[in-house]
Design a protein around this ligand. Structure first.
Ligand code: GRF
Length: 188
């Protein structure tokens, strides 16, 4: 059984979807939710779904081995970033190279990098008149949104789309594909 740790800072829609996808699976289970935001919805969702959660500060992540220890103690096989806004420290990237996956709500390399998250991404896509957008699931390296791409799925951007309506289309792709691609990465 593979053990997944999800890193998330926000509402945790993806985290919740991944937890329920793997509940009852023989391939993997979500063993831990890790966040730098104590008040985030993802923590409430973890509680509701009885998944252990852990909060750390950005400094603890960067400068201590608290998180590393927790991952080791729980025998975590794969780190999944789902709306996690901090940069993974090089130490952890090195240790879990090829086993850290992120989802980004655009077709990378377009519209990625620091500060590109949430509606900022969708606004930028609409502003430059892109005809399509989508999701990118990729390996994590030492820089934001620049690791090797594992999978992309596209949706059309209509003339009438707003950041909000585009976000809904992208969300649908995330729900459909992210758990499945994690499972595939785990050899399932
Ligand atoms: C998602 O759009 C994901 O692509 C991005 O952050 C968002 C997280 O949303 N990396 P949620 O917390 O899963 O609702």
């Amino acid at each position: 059984m593979n053990k997944i740790a999800i890193f998330a800072s926000g509402t945790g829609t993806n985290a919740e979807n991944i937890i329920s996808y793997f509940s009852g699976s023989k391939i993997a289970k979500v063993a831990l939710i890790l966040s730098n935001k104590k008040e985030s919805l993802v923590i409430k969702k973890a509680e509701k779904l009885s998944v252990e959660s852990f909060i750390f500060s950005p400094t603890e992540l960067r400068e201590t081995t608290k998180v590393d220890q927790l991952l080791e103690d729980n025998e975590i096989d794969i780190l999944v970033l789902a709306g996690f806004l901090l940069l993974m420290p090089p130490r952890l990237v090195e240790k879990y190279r090829g086993r850290i996956i992120n989802i980004h709500p655009s077709l990378l390399p377009k519209f990625g990098g620091k500060g590109m998250y949430g509606d900022a991404v969708h606004k930028a896509v609409i502003e430059v008149g892109e005809k399509e957008s989508g999701i990118t699931i990729h390996h994590v390296n030492e820089k934001f949104d620049s690791g090797a791409i594992i999978f992309q799925a596209k949706c059309l951007v209509d003339k009438n789309d707003t950041a909000h309506t585009l976000a809904l289309k992208v969300r649908e792709l995330e729900m459909e594909h992210f758990p499945r691609i994690i499972e595939r990465e785990l050899g399932g």
